[in-house]
Design a protein around this ligand. Sequence first.
Ligand code: 4AD
Ligand code: MG
Length: 437
Amino acid sequence: MKWVTVSHLPQHEGETVELRGWVQNYRSSGKIQFIIFRDGTGVCQAVLFIKDVPPEVFEAGKRLTQESSIIIRGTVRKDDRAPGGYEIGVQELEIVQIAEEYPITPKEHGTEFLMDHRHLWVRSSRQAAILRIRNEITMAIHQFLQDRGFVLTESPILMGTAAEGGANLFETTYVNDEPAFLSQSGQLYVEATAMALGRVYTFGPTFRAEKSKTRRHLIEFWMVEPEAAYFTHEDNMKLQEEMVSYVVQRVLERRAADLKVLGRDTSMLEKVKPPFPRITYTEAVELLKKLHKPGDDWEPIPWGEDFGAPHETVLTQQFDKPVFVEKFPVKVKAFYMQPDPENPEVVLGADLLAPEGYGEIIGGSERIHDPELLKRRFEEHGLDMETYGWYYDLRRFGSVPHSGFGLGIERTVAWICGLEHVRETIPFPRLLNRLHP
Ligand code: 4AD
Ligand code: MG
């Protein structure tokens, strides 16, 4: 008999098949037992009818508990009333293990309880849907970049040089007792490989010891960082809007069932197509001043300060697509950003803010390619030639204008799935005060 997955049941209507999985829910009423069966690809209803199976199989069914592992064989019937739209008329039931009393019941549990049981919580339909969408997003990004000739060049996790600096740097000690840092970004390394291969990207975990508790910050998160030689700030934004649109449209196309499990209203996602609106930082500061009303739980910022999460939220609510905020003051951004030739007080860089209040999902810029200017920035930021000399070398040997960006996977998943908090966007989130499980 053929072992099939729940996701493929539509192709096997009327056939007798084998399914291997777990009991998500069980209920019995005398002559009939209903199993909500899951196998990781979806759920279906399995029905044990007293007349269809030998008495010992019917008796065995009565022992089933939530999360017991089972193999069933039976006929596939379409049934719109059944969860998942398909029903299996069970003929054979094989019990792999009767599960002990399962701690996560269909009733409501508090967040901390669920987070303590994350290793089991991932089995819920909702969490499984999120993880399948996350997988789709990751694969869509790879596909998009590969189709455009970007080469995956991995950057190290353990670094001798800090990419983004600041208070959230994770420091450790290397095997030879040198100070080492966990990667905050692979950018400096893809700038090097871009000079070798033209268009490249790195995709991996990054680490920031964020001391604040927010719904947008993880201590460990995944970032994709494309970098391209000869790309201008303009080329960079174009690549971003095309990539983000491709990813969103592909999720809508391929993961519609999962979005439905999440109850996601997809009308806003359908609008995510190029071009995206753009405003400058200066315009955004003015806009916030205009939008501010007495009693709001946020204050406008003076020119020169960075936005906080509430500012981003308010800004995104003014647009029905992701919006670029470009040309931030030099002082609020990283040392490597290229100043705008028309106004050297601001940089040729942009943040991309996701709509519906989600806020920043991408930070990107054109990079400084002039050796003298980079040297001045090193001095201003206290970066020494001994450590950063290799990065400076990229400006000594055939330096070219180049640009890149970093997209945070978890924030993108939170937005596309319509989630409150990034803790559900990654299998095992690392948060302030949460290193287990
Ligand atoms: O804006 P960031 O700090 O940019 C960089 O690291 C650049 N070096 C990227 C580049 O140009 N190659 O971070 C980029 C993105 C943010 O927009 C956000 O989506 C995500 O990374 N991010 C976080 N996501 C979750 N938790 C955190 N603590 C994050 N910090 C940044
Ligand atoms: Mg940023």
